[in-house]
Design a binder for this molecule. Sequence first.
Ligand SMILES: [Zn+2]
Length: 114
Amino acid sequence: MAADQDPSLIPGGGHADQEISATTPAIRDGWRSAVPDLRVDEVCGCGQCPSISLIADHSPASCGEGGRTVVTAFLDDALVILFVDGGVPSYLELAPLDDSTVYTEFPDASALEF
Ligand SMILES: [Zn+2]
């Protein structure tokens, strides 16, 4: 169970290759606008978090360049990590900060502090 708490164990392995500070509110708005086209591809299934991978209904293959961006948000007792690949959100991870903390679904977006 404790292995799930290791922040280095992010999907895809390795660490972010882009600075979080590179994002702007305009870029984030773009991500939000892509969300309605997304659906859940896979659920983590570890039982302690609601992490999901996302897949776009309309594949942005022609404009999918831009690499991976990672955005982290903080809750009182958990981290929320959004992976954006080529401008499209691809994975949403919720990582409790403590083994005793269990989330089964994502909190309301208004609770997040990006
Ligand atoms: Zn999990």
